[in-house]
Ligand binder design. Structure first.
Ligand SMILES: [Zn+2]
Length: 292
């Protein structure tokens, strides 16, 4: 939107010189809306890390949009006819979901539990190596990721990670940032009424639902490490061996040389991922050992 460059001994805003009225208006709008939004919705604490995440979107609006968009995705997709695999996705999903709810209660966030209306669906698409969780616990797994997950434990790694992003409410942060960057800081309800299709596209991009890799938005390094850490706790509490997260991410980064899997595009693997996972294991392992 606006960039600066050093010229003739002073900083100039190059973006402002190119398209002054629109950019200035958008920028002023951002500045005016930001403090109001902060006062109204403010921040929310991420479980475990206790980081304050910036939440500019009211949760109820995000949930309404999420439930509508999830139904749309299901309508447009072909659900797997394989009852065994579908049952496995739902069974592992439900276990990780129960573990997420007890984790939220233990973290002093019992009030958040009511926002989750868990749903797990397996989409028949062997070419798409992906899985995502929209706000409110609406999860999709594509059959293309199953060769990487291999079994229930591998699936628990993916679902733990995805649900980890969800309960850390990374989606609200991403949607807040996307509205600031692309819609001049418009409130979600205003954006939906003024630019419905752009806003829905933005939502799909934010939650990794894009069909083409070019349209996918990677999670930040910080969000990735929070989801990894919470994911290990969730799978361990659900009775799955959290050590299996390491071979899963290794399979993911070694496989598919020809095309980067969608899952890796939205969840980029920092060099330090395996090392971080090893560091988080002592925190998660006791929960798994207690379940055995
Ligand atoms: Zn991730």
């Amino acid at each position: 939107m606006m960039s600066e460059s050093f010229s003739d001994g002073k900083w100039v805003a190059t973006g402002l010189r190119q398209t002054p009225p629109t950019v200035i208006l958008t920028f002023v709008r951002c500045l005016l809306l930001l403090p109001v939004a902060l006062l109204v919705w403010g921040c929310s604490e991420v479980p475990i890390t206790h980081r304050e995440g910036l939440h500019l979107v009211p949760e109820s609006e995000l949930l309404t949009l999420s439930f509508q968009e999830y139904d749309q995705v299901l309508k447009k997709s072909k659900l797997s006819a394989d009852q065994g695999k579908t049952h496995m996705v739902r069974a592992v999903g439900e276990k990780v979901a129960r573990s997420a709810e007890s984790f939220l209660r233990d973290s002093g966030q019992s009030a958040a539990v009511k926002n989750y209306h868990w749903e797990f669906n397996l989409i028949e698409d062997d070419k798409t190596v992906n899985a995502w969780c929209m706000p409110g616990g609406k999860v999709a797994v594509y059959t293309g990721i199953l060769p990487y997950t291999q079994d229930e434990t591998g699936l628990a790694v993916v679902l733990g990670h995805e649900i980890g992003h969800a309960i850390a409410e990374h989606g609200n942060e991403r949607m807040s940032q996307a509205l600031l960057a692309n819609m001049g800081g418009m409130a979600l309800s205003v954006a939906l009424s003024e630019k419905p299709s752009e806003t829905r596209d933005l939502f799909m991009t934010v939650f990794g639902v894009g069909v083409t890799v070019g349209a996918l938005l990677p999670y930040s390094r910080l969000h990735e490490s929070e989801a990894d850490r919470i994911g290990l706790m969730l799978m361990a509490r659900a009775g799955y061996d959290p050590r299996e997260a390491i071979p899963f991410w290794e399979r993911m980064s070694k496989g598919s040389k020809a095309k980067t899997p969608e899952f890796l595009s939205t969840h980029p693997a920092p060099e330090s991922r395996i090392e971080n996972l090893r560091n988080y294991l002592p925190e998660a392992l006791p929960y798994y050992q207690k379940r055995r």
